[in-house]
Design a binder for this molecule. Structure first.
Ligand code: HPA
Length: 379
């Protein structure tokens, strides 16, 4: 008869493979043990969080050793945020804070850099679209100019014909900041960077934002050279610029967009257009990412969705501005009929040429609207 020795065959191993480790007998049950210990000795002391190692705190405030050796090079290579002690401690404890995000850091560094160059406080922000490029030279009593290239982390426009600077000064006596050159999503910047200039204008004091652009007309009643007052927009074909930790200092997490283009401002632009005898259509603007123009099928789809004009900017800026509590107004110059509505292929040169042709009337309308905005009481 063959005898099994325990070392050759241990049934408990097989059982453990099949059913897992044995259940602890009641006297070894950790919960029961803890309860018994609490009965005997009272509740256990509250757990104090481990202190954050000093070296970790120092590194987050001052940066790692290689950064201290070459701060500028390190910052460029790593885009490492710099923090103050008050900002970093909640971050280290795992508490989310907009102050620990790249978005906040970039805004703060650009704001600080602008404030070193100008003390001007604008009431109105104006973004110049195609055709209005030289508005600043002809219609602004210029006080200060800040080149985008002087601002650390500022997205630089790569589009030909778009200058890159903030012009501070008076438009018909109204203190304004003018963006001469905007950044587009198709240039490859994250959407949070695309709206950084808008947010900066708000941080600098602007309470009203006038957005201008050139667009393709989808509405068959439109002709090239028309102006369209933007009544609403469709922005859901592009990433929302507010994605990411909310910048609480600017606005709420879930901002209302029910009247994104301010009713009172629209009324003012309409009366200015009427008094200047400038035709003004109204409609819904849709922003696509570009840079390719749309296909005829896409234009048919956009018309079915209720869009009147299509472009590659503006809606995102409007969303960021509303988030920051600005009152927004938008005028689009319908530079061409959208794809499929003419038999000619679209070119950027045609858009630019048409926008340039409409520029004198566009400038007059923008200038007069801003003069009238100046009569609104500001907070
Ligand atoms: N489509 C998109 N963006 C535009 C157009 C267009 O037809 N015209 C001017 N910007």
């Amino acid at each position: 008869m063959k005898l099994f020795k325990k070392k050759d065959f241990d049934p408990s191993e097989e059982i453990e493979d099949l059913y897992g480790p044995p259940i602890a007998p009641p006297d070894e049950d950790p919960i029961a043990k803890a309860k018994q210990s609490e009965r005997l000795y009272g509740p256990p002391p509250k757990r104090v969080p481990d202190p954050i190692p000093e070296v970790q705190v120092m590194e987050c405030i001052y940066g790692p050793p290689e950064m201290l050796a070459d701060p500028e090079g390190y910052r460029l290579r790593n885009h490492e945020p710099f923090f103050t002690t008050g900002e970093i401690l909640p971050f280290l404890r795992g508490i989310p804070s907009s102050k620990t995000t790249d978005t906040y850091r970039k805004l703060k560094s650009c704001y600080d850099a602008i404030r070193k160059l100008t003390r001007f406080i604008p009431k109105v922000g104006l973004v110049l679209g195609s055709g209005l490029g030289d508005f600043a030279e002809s219609c602004v009593e210029i006080v200060d100019i800040v080149e985008y290239s002087a601002l650390p982390d500022f997205p630089l426009s790569t589009v030909e014909g778009h200058k890159g600077r903030f012009v501070f000064g008076y438009i018909e006596g109204v203190p304004a900041v003018v963006m001469q050159g905007r950044v587009h999503y198709y240039e490859g910047y994250p959407m949070q960077d695309v709206v950084m200039p808008t947010r900066l204008m708000s941080m600098l004091g602007a309470q009203i934002l006038m957005l201008t652009n050139a667009s393709g007309g989808i509405n068959t009643d439109f002709t090239a050279g028309d102006f369209m007052l933007i009544t609403d927009h469709i922005s859901c074909f592009s990433p929302n610029p507010l994605i990411g930790p909310n910048v609480d200092e600017l606005g709420t997490r879930f901002p209302d967009m029910s009247e994104i283009y301010d009713g009172e401002l629209r009324g003012i632009v309409k009366s200015a257009a009427s008094d200047l005898d400038i035709g003004l259509k109204e409609g819904v603007y849709v922003q696509l990412t570009g840079p390719s123009f749309e296909t005829p099928a896409e234009i048919r789809m956009l018309r079915t969705l209720g869009a009147d004009a299509v472009g590659m900017s503006t809606s995102m800026e409007a969303v960021a501005a509303r988030h920051a509590g600005m009152r927004v107004c938008g005028i689009s110059c319908v530079a061409n009929l959208a794809c499929g509505l003419t038999d000619r292929p679209l070119t950027h040169a045609e858009v630019q040429e048409s926008a340039d042709k409409a520029a004198p009337r566009f400038k007059a309308l923008v200038k007069e609207s801003i003069r009238r905005f100046g009569k609104i009481s500001f907070v």
